[in-house]
Design a protein around this ligand. Structure first.
Ligand code: PLP
Length: 352
């Protein structure tokens, strides 16, 4: 199977498996797991932050950050396709008592600017209007197709937000992809946000885990909330060991995923009825419109599966994500399969 559904499907590398087998461990609820401690110190160092915390998932990192930055009855401004708003089970209302205030990006690329954020801000509003307590950004932006927010844009949003005492949290699930595509370090790219998270378990290839970063007080409070939510883990150094390898080794390889995504997008653009602008594919996520094939996205995905290719369909679009387990040859095979499916389905439709 060529699995292009997500970069979460990667399996641990042989080096990760070896490190997991040999990991030194302790009880991490007592903060005595040396491998977890090393991973947290190393992540803080890479991002030039005071502290970091290992969490089971990116969603838990995001939701703990929302909890710490906000008060019940307040609002979080977020781009309308943001992961925190769309795919985290309304957790910001369930856990933090907050409401998402979705706003539109100026272009279709999901990348906010200050003017767009202002359309959703309630800062000096009447007492009976829920105040804004947080701005949540996402880089790269998953549902907008792995798009990028530059350092300049991020810094400008943070400067404006901080001027009115609003914190900014960054969902950096794929910030290493963003940094490599923008030719920045992850530390510089995220320097101005108040907190951020990144996932070890996506393009970096670890089996499990995400990191929340911020200042010391923030991370101490985050540790308490992680425990409250049932995320206090014990000899979890077996997972942190894979995370350390993901953090040190995987970023060097991400440019291959980006080249593969570009190649995939170029091939898709040449496929009848499939619409995508390959110049807009900047990282490892490829989303294309299939309306003009005359076949539903889910149906195309079902046919692709028979050809050994897995992709995700939503609405009129299909998402394909390249990752460490996908080679250039896999990309070419996926393109052959896609063309075959579109051709055969349209013949069937004509004959039927
Ligand atoms: C942008 C973004 N943020 C957060 C998450 C959540 O990560 P997890 O699946 O580890 O909860 C994802 C997962 O796909 C994501 O794409």
């Amino acid at each position: 199977m060529i699995d292009l559904r997500s970069d979460t499907v990667t399996r641990p590398t042989p080096a990760m498996r070896r490190a997991m087998a040999e990991a030194e461990v302790g009880d991490d609820v007592y903060m005595e797991d040396p491998t977890v401690n090393r991973l947290q110190e190393r992540a803080a160092e890479v991002f030039n932050r005071e502290a970091a915390l290992f969490m089971p998932t990116g969603s838990m990192c995001n939701q703990v950050a929302v909890k710490l930055h906000t008060k019940p009855g307040s609002e979080v401004v977020i781009e309308e396709r943001g992961h925190i708003y769309n795919y985290e089970m309304a957790a910001m209302s369930a856990i933090s008592g907050t409401l998402a205030r979705p706003v539109k990006s100026p272009d279709a690329d999901g990348i906010l600017d200050w003017a767009a954020i202002q359309t959703g801000l309630h800062t000096n509003a009447a007492y009976y209007v829920a105040p804004t307590s947080l701005i949540a950004l996402e880089n790269s932006h998953n549902l907008a197709g792995g798009t990028l927010m530059t350092k300049e844009r991020t810094d400008e949003i943070c400067r404006q937000a901080h001027d009115i005492n609003l914190p900014v949290h960054l969902d950096g699930a794929r910030i290493f992809n963003a940094a490599i595509a923008l030719n920045e370090t992850v530390a510089d790219l995220s320097a101005s946000v108040d907190s951020l998270m990144f996932c070890l378990s996506k393009g970096l290839g670890a089996p499990v885990g995400s990191m929340l970063l911020g200042d010391k007080n923030f991370i101490e409070e985050a540790r308490r909330w992680r425990k409250l939510l049932g995320g206090g883990m014990r000899q979890v150094g077996v997972l942190a060991a894979a995370g350390l390898i993901a953090l040190e080794e995987s970023p060097k390889l991400l440019h291959h995923d980006h080249a593969h995504a570009k190649r995939l997008a170029e091939g898709i653009a040449e496929t009848r009825g499939c619409e995508i602008d390959p110049t807009r594919v900047q990282t490892n996520i490829v989303i294309f419109d299939v309306t003009h094939t005359g076949i539903e996205a889910n149906e195309i995905c079902a046919h692709l599966k028979h050809q050994g290719v897995l992709a995700s369909g939503f609405g009129n679009a299909i998402r394909m994500v390249t990752h460490y387990d996908i080679s250039r040859a896999d990309v070419d095979r996926a393109l052959v399969a896609l063309r075959g499916v579109v051709r055969e389905s349209s013949h069937a439709a004509l004959n039927g």
